[in-house]
Design a protein around this ligand. Structure first.
Ligand SMILES: [Zn+2]
Length: 77
C-alpha cells in the first residue's frame, strides 16, 4: 500500500468499512510509516471536529484540498 492509497482509504478505515485484508495492509503501512500515522491522527481529530464520519459527506473540494495538503506535507517532510 502506498501513502496515496492510504489517504484514500483512511475514511473507510475509520468507519470499519475495509475488509480484513485491506485493514491489515492499512495497519501494516501505518505501523511502518510515521507520516501516515500522524495523518491518521489528524484525520481522527478532523472527523471529531466535524462530527461526521461518512466519506460522502466530504465535499469534492474539501477532499481535493485534503489530498493537496497531504502531498505538500509529504514534500516538505
Ligand atoms: Zn505512508
Amino acid at each position: 500500500m502506498t501513502c496515496k492509497e492510504l489517504v484514500e482509504l483512511v475514511t473507510d478505515y475509520m468507519e470499519g468499512a475495509l475488509d480484513a485484508d485491506a485493514s491489515a495492509r492499512f495497519e501494516e503501512h501505518v505501523t511502518a510509516c510515521p507520516e501516515c500515522l500522524v495523518h491518521l491522527g489528524q484525520m481522527r481529530l478532523t472527523v471529531r471536529a466535524v462530527g461526521r464520519l461518512r466519506g460522502e459527506d466530504i465535499s469534492p473540494d474539501a477532499r481535493d484540498h485534503l489530498l493537496a495538503s497531504f502531498r505538500n506535507w509529504r514534500r516538505e517532510g
